[in-house]
Design a protein around this ligand. Structure first.
Ligand SMILES: [Fe+2]
Length: 254
């Protein structure tokens, strides 16, 4: 399996290029608009085609590179079912599996940061049938849980989103084995979490033991702490969400 984490320090976003070298089929997860050429360059250097572009959720803090990457490569776009985007894509259901040669990507519905949010469990069948890596998006970060307010609206208010996130964390992500490598969508410097580590990789086990957002002994305590300490919203949040739903670049406000 090929696996590379690509970082954008300006917005503290992590994205991923991964797939099967034997079959020459790669996917990109949570592409950043500024790195589109880089994903293509890296895949070409491996003699592989980018055939799938996935989002863990519709991003609110940066413009996605998905539309441009799909246009340039002919790859299929995959978003969580119910993401509410206005462009062609394959809506992924909970548990749905995308197979790229020996590399398998399985969707785990993890609502709470966004209602339509998936983590992606990665298995390299060339090594083992056991999953190896989990891409946690904005549900579980290195040192914090995702913020519950950015995609809250209507009956899905901030508290309800925080409760959904608690269940996603305790019933889905923390149900994974400790040895799984955890790769998030953001790291220190991002507005998507509080006190995030500058190290954009961890394990389920390390976060289980040392992530302060997971240290609460009840759902109510988790929710109270998360809702009571929300960082400032990203600049141009609504414009960015609108661009990412439409699959187009950010419209300048100038
Ligand atoms: Fe997000």
């Amino acid at each position: 399996m090929y696996f590379r984490q690509l970082l954008n320090d300006e917005t503290a976003c992590a994205s991923y290029l991964l797939g099967c070298k034997t079959h020459g089929t790669f996917a990109v997860v949570d592409p950043h608009v500024d790195l589109v050429e880089k994903y293509i360059e890296l895949a070409e250097a491996q003699g592989a085609a980018i055939v799938a572009v996935l989002e863990t959720h519709v991003q609110a803090d940066h413009v996605s590179g998905l539309p441009e990457l799909v246009a340039l490569t002919g790859a299929t776009a995959y978003l969580p079912h119910g993401a509410g985007v206005e462009f062609d894509h394959h809506p992924l259901g909970d548990g749905e599996i995308l197979r790229l040669g020996n590399t398998e990507i399985a969707a785990i519905a993890t609502p709470g940061h966004a209602l339509a949010h998936h983590a992606y469990l990665v298995t390299d069948h060339a090594r083992s049938d056991d999953p190896w890596i989990v891409l946690t998006g904005d549900a579980l970060l290195v040192g914090d849980a995702g913020r519950p307010d950015l995609h809250a609206h209507g009956e899905h208010n901030v508290e309800q989103m925080a409760r959904a996130l608690y269940r996603s964390l305790t019933e889905r992500l923390l149900a994974l084995p400790d040895h799984l490598l955890l790769y998030p969508a953001h790291y220190s410097g991002s507005v998507c979490g509080r006190g995030l580590s500058g190290n954009p990789v961890s394990t389920i086990g390390f976060e289980r033991r040392h992530n302060r957002a997971l240290g609460h002994d009840s759902e109510n305590a988790f929710v109270e702490a998360l809702v009571g300490d929300i960082p400032p919203a990203p600049e141009q949040q609504s414009e960015i969400v609108a661009a990412n739903r439409a699959g187009r670049p950010l419209v300048s406000q100038d």
